[in-house]
Design a binder for this molecule. Sequence first.
Ligand SMILES: NC(=O)c1ccc[n+]([C@@H]2O[C@H](COP(=O)([O-])OP(=O)(O)OC[C@H]3O[C@@H](n4cnc5c(N)ncnc54)[C@H](OP(=O)(O)O)[C@@H]3O)[C@@H](O)[C@H]2O)c1
Length: 334
Amino acid sequence: MRPEAGAPHPAGHPARAGMRAAVIHRYGGPEEFRTETVPEPVAGPGQALIDVTLAGLNYADLHCRTGEYARYPLPAVLGADVVGRRRADGRRVAALLRSGGGYAEVARVEQAFTVEVPDGVGDEQALALLEQGATAYGALTLAGRLRPGEAVAVTAAAGGVGHLVVQLARELGAGRVVGLASTPEKRAFVRSLGADRTLDPGDPGLAGRLAESGGVDLFVDSVGGPVLRAGLAALAPFGRLLSVGARGGPEDVFSVDELADRSAGLLAFWLEQVLADRVLFAGIAGRLFELAAQGRLVARIDRTVPLTGVAGAHRALAARETMGKVLVDVRRED
Ligand SMILES: NC(=O)c1ccc[n+]([C@@H]2O[C@H](COP(=O)([O-])OP(=O)(O)OC[C@H]3O[C@@H](n4cnc5c(N)ncnc54)[C@H](OP(=O)(O)O)[C@@H]3O)[C@@H](O)[C@H]2O)c1
């Protein structure tokens, strides 16, 4: 049944019409998702409505669901990236949502965080490349300042961000690329992307193996803890540790002395700084789409689930079962 006009929307906006969405009514586990008909959002100044084709999962969604990351007003629709048609002009666009709303048939997006998708790039690729690709590209270039010939290592190398870091490091002229991934299947996938070597993050000799062949110039980490420590131990002189998402545990705190031991740099990257600069964001998205259209950057789609499958997809992401990007087909009826 469609809700009455004027009924409150999960994001607090007046209703216009009904749409299906995966909604949480309280913070908690994946079992909190309900597929419901809720009022459509309404676009304000600088915003647009998108008739969503596909929504994406991102690791941060797991923390949004538990309320540890961003606490959206409840009931809430999560989801940080979508691709679809902009209602105002019918253009095919992809967009990043900074306060959820992606797991739905209609999303309200900021025009500033929206990019048109060129004909040569399909919906799946565009969506898989926007949040995770801009993170991978921004981390390597803006924060990591990767120089041709440098050795790069990346954790969660089969993941949504990681598998793009591997490919982009190659594209940007890295000398040696090492991917860390937790299963033989993931490591085979990472090698198929062009990594020179793969390692198991659980290997007790990880630091020593990373240090072979001259060490690591740029260690891109999204895991933290002992793996980040191994990355520091394996840095080449003047090497850089670059965090795109460490968990902030006690092992992630470094002293200046530890860094000075090898004149190391400690860096962090957050996509928010890219999004603050519309020209920069559009430029990076354009570059990623160009590489995709040329077949030089290929995002792997792990699975595509219907709205009713969002809970299962969250479970799979948390259980480290996924490789590449997880998508939600918001119009699939099963
Ligand atoms: N800085 C930014 O602006 C920004 C933007 C987007 C994403 N990120 C961060 O980038 C990272 C990757 O995001 P993603 O969406 O692409 O996720 P993802 O890499 O596809 O999935 C997470 C991966 O992390 C690894 N992992 C290591 N320890 C884990 C644990 N205890 N529990 C679960 N997974 C663990 C797993 O790979 P293995 O099993 O192979 O270890 C897992 O597959 C996240 O930390 C995310 O927050 C940062």
